[in-house]
Design a protein around this ligand. Structure first.
Ligand SMILES: *Cc1c(COP(=O)(O)O)cnc(C)c1O
Length: 392
């Protein structure tokens, strides 16, 4: 066991079940550990390192800004923040952006904006947010309340009130929950990530969008994991042909630096005024400069590449020995395996490929620009690991 691992086990809060690997460096979609072993990275830091490790253009944007000014507070204007906000609005049709530092913080803003909109428009009773069973929206007490998985809730009561959960793809159930609870918003992940990489059904999302428009209930989408090109569209909701009222995103946005964003659509664009919300580090110029370079590179050619690579993985893995199913969209895929997913991950790691899990599935979230040769090698290893007999 490396000295780092010993120190970490002694001194870092035990919130993570880490793999026994100390990463020391990397390049693109390759990672190196403290023993000198190289791995192909099929997780990209949980969909964060959009263009892999140390991408040249991203690094130049980040270090260039670092040499100018690293932080100013939100009392002053900085160019990267303003340019990134414009870029995000132009790419989505949303009207304004609030910047924070994480997915949970983006969702906190989304929830506050939805509540204030409904309170002003409909009255103080309209605060409930309907979310879906099996969803994941973050770890703060409010975003935990939004998360539709009871096992996260048990020991942290009382959570923030005002959240109800309904079945994913159960349109009538969601409508009923929204109407009975005077909902301010319905919040969905178009592709549920932590819940097991489950894309919502097209009819459900489109029906929900119609319902929300008719009832003036806000349609809110959590694009923290599935956004920023990951699913073969700029944001996953675009694959469904719907227009949400509020969007949260984070993870891949910064390409490896902490940044979250809440995109406010037409209805809610002016809901948040001075003093309503804030974040000391939000809109940090270095993070915004990195994110701007990421977002500007997510063009139609890259998105096509993401879809093609996703199709390649699905085609290779579907129906091969030990693989029960492959779900997901673009380069956000969940593989149900005959062997326990953890065992498949152990075998892959021994063979030099790092994957993730989501619930009982093997989850794949490689960098969007992973070279095809590396992807082929990784998929071959995953196939072998899935096919391996369960040890007697
Ligand atoms: C990861 C994730 C979050 C939380 O993001 P943090 O940056 O960890 O706070 C929220 N929603 C979804 C869909 C996520 O995948």
């Amino acid at each position: 066991m490396s000295e780092t691992i010993k120190l970490d086990k002694s001194y870092v809060a035990g919130t993570y079940a880490r793999f026994p690997v100390e990463i020391v460096s990397g390049s693109g979609s390759l990672l190196k550990d403290s023993t000198g072993k190289t791995y192909i990275d099929m997780g990209s830091g949980i969909a964060v390192n959009t263009f892999g490790i140390g991408d040249a253009a991203w690094k130049e944007a980040v270090t260039g800004q670092m040499e100018r000014v690293q932080h100013t507070s939100n009392l002053y204007y900085t160019e990267p923040c303003a340019l990134l906000a414009r870029e995000l609005c132009q790419r989505t049709g949303m009207k304004r952006v609030f910047f924070g530092n994480s997915g949970a913080e983006a969702n906190e803003c989304l929830i506050k904006a939805a509540r204030k909109y409904a309170a002003e428009k409909k009255g103080p009773g309209f605060f409930t947010i309907v979310t879906l069973n099996n969803s994941f929206h973050g770890r703060t007490l409010t975003t935990l309340a939004a998360t539709g998985q009871d096992h996260f809730h048990k020991l942290f009561q009382p959570l923030t009130p005002g959240f109800v959960h309904a079945g994913a793809n159960d349109l009538e159930g969601v409508k009923k929950a929204a109407l009975e609870n005077k909902a301010a918003a319905v919040l969905i992940e178009c592709v549920q990530g932590e819940g097991g990489v489950m894309p919502l059904e097209r009819e459900f999302v489109r029906g929900l969008a119609d319902f929300c428009r008719e009832q003036d209930v806000l349609l809110a989408v959590d694009e923290v994991q599935c956004g920023n090109g990951r699913c073969g569209a700029m944001y996953a909701y675009m694959n469904y042909g719907v227009v949400p009222d509020i969007v949260s995103t984070a993870k891949g946005l910064g390409g490896g630096l902490p940044i979250g964003a809440c995109l406010l659509g037409e209805k809610v664009q002016d809901v948040l005024g001075p003093g309503d919300h804030g974040s000391t580090f939000g809109g940090n110029p270095i993070c915004c400069a990195g994110a701007l370079s990421v977002i500007r590179r997510i063009d139609e050619a890259l998105l096509r590449e993401v879809r093609e690579k996703g199709d390649y993985i699905v085609g290779e893995l579907t129906g091969t020995p030990g693989v029960l199913s492959v779900d997901g969209m673009g380069l956000m895929l969940g593989v149900k395996t005959a062997r326990p997913a953890r065992d498949v991950l152990d075998t892959c790691r021994e063979m030099g490929v790092l994957c993730l899990t989501a619930k009982d599935k093997v989850r794949l979230l490689p960098a969007l620009n992973i070279p095809m040769e590396l992807l082929k090698t990784a998929v071959d290893v995953i196939k072998k690991a899935c096919a391996q007999e369960v040890e007697a």
